[in-house]
Design a protein around this ligand. Structure first.
Ligand code: NAI
Ligand code: MG
Length: 497
């Protein structure tokens, strides 16, 4: 099977599922090549998709200069002027949903049907929502201080560097690009090196939409090379990063030299707490959903905490349902979970499971690569009652690996839920509203889902507590970060007319 193969059709262009993709950076409205390249493959079958330009300090400098030069005119356009162009861009995304879905699936192995129906429409929404928010919602009522008027505004801040991961490439990128551009910042996107394609195609769409040259730039390459050069640059105004905690620490050190404000979203080890009074079928359904995207979801509730009185019944039903998960080629409509993104990541996931096995953990489901499929497909795995301080319980695996632990009281459940260094999200399943409210109040996380999962609204704040992040994005919170919030205090005195 070699359906995923990309084709080199020119020096700087490859063809992937019938779409021409430029393998160069997009800087100042031009395609810019680098001396070196890196190889991009498809996780579906390991096939070669193309060689992509590998940026260095030189390209980082070029991109920052281009974004800096484009900033004054973009800022001066105002929310309406920018909004018109951004709404056109959102339309272009909508017109290209099928192309984007095919590309992204080929590049990162997530389900084609969810890219088509959920993710790419949401990409368009990320751009439209924030453009409209800047035009219509972003305002604060004036208020008086001893006759003086306080006028609050959100001013463009400069060049925003956006560093994004591979698990939902264009979705996570536009969740940052949308508000940054709407706020009047100019943008440099550095997509993950395992998923460079959708960003390059998206750059073409920004050109078609009439976004002025230099306002949006894409630099391809490795985090340690061009990513590090971008975040250390003294001429940037903002860094927004989604990825791992160790990388965030490196970025924070660079940002410190210039005191560049950062927004970090850093994954987690979220609990899925099932209280004794929970609707078990609902709890099972929500828990099994945690295997979505082959577990490569920052929000995933990977620690399933179940009241001991219902744990046996829960585990039985969970296994029954989870064993029905169809793993396979993400382009097939029937497939529910696909491969891991990359051999390096696959080995990392497998390493966690192998070490759990060696230390005697009770793995009651999966626990190994899917030998029917080979390649990067790892079976949905459930670890029963692992030690509370074992790495499988405390570290982010980012694969289809869940742990099931039991508790006796609500207090114990809360303590277990809050026991890791993370705090991105929590799922709580209960049949009693007052009880759920009481427990939810005690859970430390940026988002708590009660009897549901993944209900996301762009108006809502999103981000992590503890090591899961710094700051919140979404609605006004995005603009509080990307813009310079200003208070202009106007006196009643001194006017001549
Ligand atoms: P990573 O955090 O290293 O990579 C994310 C992005 O940061 C990529 O674009 C990468 O090129 C860039 N980057 C890396 N080093 C950099 C540096 N020094 N300066 C600037 N940019 C840099 O994540 P990686 O290695 O892909 O995955 C490792 C683990 O991170 C995963 O197994 C998972 O646990 C976690 N992760 C969490 C994500 C989330 O959604 N919060 C997303 C991806 C990974
Ligand atoms: Mg790839």
């Amino acid at each position: 099977m070699n359906r995923a193969k990309g084709k080199e059709i020119g020096l700087n262009t490859i063809e992937v599922v019938g779409t021409k993709i430029d393998t160069r950076h997009y800087i100042g409205g031009q395609r810019v090549a680098s001396a070196e390249a890196f190889t991009n493959t498809s996780p579906i079958d390991g096939s070669f998709l193309g060689d992509i330009c590998r940026g260095t300090q030189k390209e980082a400098d070029l991109a920052v200069a281009a974004a800096k030069a484009a900033f004054p005119a973009w800022a001066a356009l105002g929310p309406k002027g920018r909004g018109e162009l951004l709404l056109r861009l959102a339309e272009l995304v909508e017109e290209n949903i099928e192309t984007l879905a095919q590309l992204e699936t080929m590049d990162n192995g997530s389900l084609l049907r969810s890219h088509r129906r959920g993710v790419m429409p949401r990409v368009a929404m990320n751009i439209r929502f924030f453009a409209e928010w800047a035009m219509n919602e972003l305002q604060h009522p004036d208020f008086e201080t001893r006759g003086h008027t306080n006028k609050i505004s959100w001013d463009p801040s400069g060049v925003a560097v956006l560093i994004t991961p591979w698990n939902a490439p264009l979705m996570l990128a536009t969740w940052k690009i949308g508000p940054a551009l709407a706020a009047g910042d100019t943008v440099i996107l550095k997509p993950a090196e395992w998923t460079p394609l959708s960003a390059s195609f998206f750059a073409d769409l920004t050109k078609q939409a009439g976004i002025p040259d230099g306002v949006f730039n894409v630099v391809q390459g490795f985090g340690k090379e061009v990513g590090a050069a971008l975040v250390a640059h003294p001429d940037i105004a903002r860094i927004s990063f989604t990825g791992s905690v160790p990388t965030a620490k490196v970025i924070a050190r660079s940002a410190a030299d210039n005191l560049t404000p950062v927004s970090f979203e850093l994954g987690g080890k979220s609990p899925c707490v099932v209280l004794e009074d929970a609707d078990i079928d609902l709890a099972v359904e929500l828990a099994v959903e945690q295997y979505d995207n082959a577990g490569q979801v920052c929000l995933s509730g990977t620690r399933i905490l179940v009241h001991e009185n219902i744990a046996d019944a829960f585990a039985l039903k969970f296994k029954e349902k989870a064993l029905q998960i169809i793993q396979g080629d993400p382009r097939d409509e029937a497939t529910q979970i696909g491969p891991q993104i990359h051999q390096v990541h696959f080995d990392r996931v497998k390493g966690f499971v192998d070490r759990a096995k060696e230390s005697g953990a009770n793995i009651i489901m999966g626990g190994e690569p899917n030998s029917d499929l080979g390649g990067l497909y790892f079976r949905p795995t459930l670890v029963m009652n692992p030690d509370a301080d074992s790495e499988i319980v405390t570290s982010e695996v980012f694969g289809p690996v869940l742990c099931l632990q039991t508790f006796k009281t609500d207090e114990e459940a809360i303590a277990m839920a809050n026991s890791t260094e993370f705090g991105l999200a929590a799922i709580l399943v209960s049949g009693n509203k007052e009880r759920a409210e009481r427990v939810a109040k005690e859970l430390v996380a940026g988002t708590i889902w009660v009897n549901c999962f993944f209900v996301r609204d762009l108006r809502a704040p999103f981000g992590g507590s503890k090591k899961s992040g710094i700051g919140r994005e979404g609605g006004n919170w995005s603009f509080d970060f990307y813009a310079d919030v200003k208070n202009t205090v106007v006196s009643p005195n001194g006017w001549k007319e």
